[in-house]
Design a protein around this ligand. Structure first.
Ligand code: RUQ
Ligand code: CUA
Length: 685
């Protein structure tokens, strides 16, 4: 085609396209996804904006429900585990804006967690199981501290699925203050909760491990030697830290203990956890001759039984057994052995169908809702019936480890058919349960018993269902795990997003969906999607924002690890450098826009100890401190004091600088670490 025809043709195409776009903008385009964001409806009239952007009245309603005006705050704060990012995310709700990443098990450079500063390095190191250096975790279940069964906004605990550890986060500064490598536990999935008055954080093992820890046993000894554990980590009531000397454990059979929840109100003092693989399948060995597996893979082996066991533990009675000395020391922990637990009547089982997953206790503590992944029902147990059955020795027998099994029929309240692949349940205050349906990609809403229903609906029936997108795992209602959940929002944590967002390659974001519960009166209504592209959140807890009272700045010279005055913190004018043999110790201040001192001269091989105090008391006046080529980086919030210790093992001139854009002369906030080579003529002294 000749050039002179091409130009008018292109012009014509542009005209036609423009006309099509205009038509779609004023027309009844349904999605808004096709018009390329060509107009914001700049006339300012709401109807014009909606028309220009192709927003339906429904879309407009949802936008208003989610919108938080500039400068205003969200009503709720959501703490989301980050899966194998090893972190915790802080998200505002309903806006679904990410406010912060809290470094927990994985080094995080922005906060300087694991990059030379003492607080982060200390915590990561103390979280290393013996003989292993771990630089990641798989955070699954965040658990907020509680008072009287309500979130109190003080502390947050989160478990590491991969390594059976637990981190404690102080909600005053939203930083991790402790990582516990829990003895006798190698992995922990859904088993983490805080008791109603934050007496304990309870963490259970997932896959059992050979006991005693540190020994080897092959899979042929699985039933005899492998054990699980329920670890009761004692929370210090002033700091929120775990005191391992006051903690204890209960030995469990090698069933794969899974989700867990604490009793509350009528069931306070009890704990419940589900399990699977009571078949004790260990997977299929591989025949090296035939290159074929011998036996069944774990997936099949662990799904044969129609029932696995819900475990019940009376933890207040267990506490008493510990006080009475009825324990053995294993892995440095006081452990109540299984036979003691059985003899003393603190451990029971209930048959639960079918490949069970979630176990969730209703707000009054009476109903225990169990979901079987391969059963379209939720099974609701009644704690009042459980107490009666235990008192009457109403058992169908024991398992192979001698643990009494309660009669299913004696303790069940109802089974409600909710749909395919139920996983987890949350509650509102009106007597409803909301269950995630993984296979069906939906949330089912059902009624509990008449004692808690306020609506006059029939008890134990499916009353509503909403589709989500797609493959929902957990779900959470606002204040959802407390004795008084709210009735406004539910968040669906979807594993797949498939087609919900612009394509960005084969790894898709996770998808949070915000659902309106319409005051518990329904029908549920999907408000908004939130893509989540930084890790795989498993569970969230959602707290009223006004229950949190985080610091705005630190007191001058605070060591954030101890939350008290750092003995090496200084004020302006106290800066100094001291040499002691091969150790150079520096007391440095940071303020807008300089470090004092800003030249450090050392010899190759010297140990350098640096104390840096951010002497500012202005909100948000954070400075960073990083040294080029030395893998050192920390964030210094106003008032914070941080210590580094490293060996200057590379000679040369290295720039250090402030990594936080703090001021107009931020780029000038820098200095030099001059490391004189060891073969230089005149060493510095
Ligand atoms: S449990 S894969 Cu929290 Cu459904 Cu984890
Ligand atoms: Cu201080 Cu940039």
């Amino acid at each position: 085609m000749k050039r002179q025809y091409l130009v008018p043709l292109v012009a014509l195409m542009v005209l036609v396209l423009g006309a099509m776009l205009a038509a779609s903008a004023c027309g009844d385009d349904d999605g808004g996804g096709d018009d390329g964001g060509s107009s914001t409806g700049a006339s300012g009239d709401l109807a014009d904006i909606a028309a220009a952007r192709g927003l339906t009245p429904e879309d407009q309603k949802h936008a208003l429900q989610q919108f938080v005006p500039p400068g205003q705050y969200d009503d709720y704060i959501m703490f989301a585990s980050g899966g194998h990012s090893g972190q915790v995310y802080v998200i505002g709700m309903p806006s679904m804006r990410i406010l912060k990443v809290i470094a927990a098990f994985t080094p995080e450079p922005w906060q300087g967690f694991g990059y030379g500063a003492d607080w982060g390095d200390t915590i990561l190191e103390e979280g290393n199981p013996e003989g292993t250096e771990l630089t990641w975790g798989d955070t699954h279940h965040p658990a907020l501290s509680e008072t009287g069964g309500d979130y109190d906004g003080r502390w947050l605990y989160v478990n590491d699925r991969a390594n059976g550890r637990m981190a404690m986060i102080d909600l005053r500064d939203m930083r991790t203050k402790q990582i516990i490598a829990v003895p006798n536990i190698q992995t922990s999935h859904g088993g983490l909760f805080v008791t109603p008055d934050s007496e304990y954080a309870m963490i259970t093992s997932k896959f059992p491990m050979p006991w005693p820890p540190g020994t080897y046993a092959g899979s042929d000894e699985y039933a005899e030697v492998y054990r699980g554990a329920s670890a009761w980590l004692k929370i210090d009531q002033t700091t929120g830290l775990v005191n391992m000397d006051e903690s204890f454990q209960i030995e469990l059979p090698p069933y794969t203990q899974d989700l867990a929840d604490a009793g509350k109100l009528v069931s306070d003092g009890w704990a419940f956890f589900g399990s699977f693989n009571t078949e004790l399948s260990t997977g299929a060995d591989f025949d090296e001759e035939t290159d074929l597996p011998i036996g069944e893979p774990m997936e099949a082996g662990a799904s044969k039984n129609n029932f696995d066991y819900l475990h019940l533990i009376n933890w207040k009675a267990a506490e008493q057994l510990i006080a009475d000395g009825k324990y053995e020391m294993i892995g440095g922990q006081r452990v109540i052995r299984m036979d003691t637990a059985v003899e003393e009547g603190i451990l029971y089982l209930i048959p639960e169908p079918k490949s069970p997953h979630g176990i969730d206790v209703s707000p009054t503590g009476r109903y225990l809702v169990v979901s079987g992944k391969l059963d379209p029902h939720v099974t609701v147990f009644d704690f009042e019936k459980i107490e009666t059955a235990i008192a009457a020795d109403d058992f169908e027998g024991t398992d192979d480890y001698g643990i009494p099994i309660l009669n299913f029929d004696s303790v069940v309240a109802a089974q409600v058919e909710v749909g395919a692949g139920p996983l987890h349940t949350q509650f509102d205050s009106k007597g409803h349960g909301y269950t995630s349906l993984f296979l069906e990609s939906a949330v089912a809403k059902f009624t509990l018993g008449e004692d808690v229903l306020t609506s006059g609906e029939p008890a134990f029936e499916l009353v509503d269902k909403i589709s989500i997108h797609y493959n929902i795992g957990h779900l959470a209602t606002a204040e959802g795990d407390t004795v008084s959940p709210d009735d406004n929002y539910l968040v669906a944590l979807n594993k797949w997003s498939i087609d919900r967002y612009a394509p960005i390659g084969p790894l898709h974001p996770q998808n949070f969906q915000l659902i309106d519960l319409v005051d518990g009166a329904g029908p549920m209504d999907l408000i908004a999607d939130m893509p989540f592209g930084i890790g795989e959140p498993h569970y969230v807890q959602i707290i009223k924002a006004d229950k949190l009272s985080p610091l705005e700045i630190y007191e001058p010279g605070t060591d954030s690890l101890t939350m008290s005055a750092d003995p090496d913190a200084i004020i302006a004018g106290e800066e100094r450098i001291e040499r002691n043999g091969n150790t150079v110790e520096v007391w440095m201040t940071a303020t807008r826009s300089h470090f004092v001192p800003d030249i450090l001269r050392v010899n190759e091989g010297d140990t350098v100890i640096l104390h840096v105090t951010n002497i500012e008391q202005t909100r948000d006046a954070t400075h960073g401190f990083a040294i080029s080529q030395y893998n050192i980086q920390a964030s210094l919030e106003p008032g914070e004091s941080v210590d580094f210790e490293f060996v200057a093992d590379k000679s040369g001139a290295y720039n250090f600088y402030c990594t936080e854009f703090c001021s107009a002369l931020h780029l000038e906030m820098a200095g030099w670490l001059l490391v004189q080579p060891s073969d230089a003529v005149a060493a510095i002294d």
